[in-house]
Design a protein around this ligand. Sequence first.
Ligand SMILES: C[S@@+](CC[C@H](N)C(=O)[O-])C[C@H]1O[C@@H](n2cnc3c(N)ncnc32)[C@H](O)[C@@H]1O
Length: 261
Amino acid sequence: MSNDLFYILIISNVFSALALYLCAKRLLKFRRRQKRSFTFKSYPIQKCQLEDVHPCFIQDQLGPSPNSTVYFIGGEGVEASLSDRETWVVAALAKFSKRIFEFGTCSGKTSHIMAMNAPKEGRVYTLTIHPSQLEQLSFENNDDRLHENIAKEEAKFDIFYYSDLSTSEKIEQIFSDSKQFDESKFKNSFDLILIDGAHTRSYIMSDSKKAFSMLKKGGVILWHDYKPEAPDVFSYLNDLSSEMPLRHISGTDFVIFQRTS
Ligand SMILES: C[S@@+](CC[C@H](N)C(=O)[O-])C[C@H]1O[C@@H](n2cnc3c(N)ncnc32)[C@H](O)[C@@H]1O
């Protein structure tokens, strides 16, 4: 090999290595900004299928069991709505839940659906901040600013989907900032808890801590918006999954925890 060829080979290898190094550095910086953990699996929490969530979702060769039949309204035109598959999941779980708690009411469509499907004696407690209570909000420095603003923008409802409907008899509306809400009188009392309030780190931590203390043995917590676009929810749940058995429900942005003891 001539000397020239040898030097060209060396120089091109050095440039390739440098380009690779710069690409990897940019990728890691991007992932850090997204607050994603340093794993290249895009959704680190283990996935589960609907039939692992509740036996009512077990399928035979013709499709899902009739036990998964629910009262249902699609999410068309509803602000910050769950997807239709997510609505099916909460509605079906509500059928087997006497006491339900929701962090974040928004339009109240999901509260209505859960109340429609809950047993006759069932009760749905739904907590949201009233438009006149915005000064109660207490975000922290490391909270995601985008979702801080979204939480404020969505705090505009004081009339809800269920307000003039018979489901209002099964629903207890609580107006409060969720950090100020005193959960102590609800210890170990809920079968189903949906966490869908402010999507910032300090709030998701506070809401989750309260949810764990209010959850009954055998009960279920669902967190909504497990996705990189809600980085504080995503990173909090990824961290929590190293301490407890969380699962990501396939085809949804739900993460589920089932309390067994
Ligand atoms: C994503 S929406 C909830 C959607 C609702 N669960 C549904 O399925 O239709 C979030 C709601 O949480 C409320 N919220 C945001 N921050 C809150 C806080 N700190 N305390 C109580 N509610 C809060 C917002 O006002 C908004 O109504």
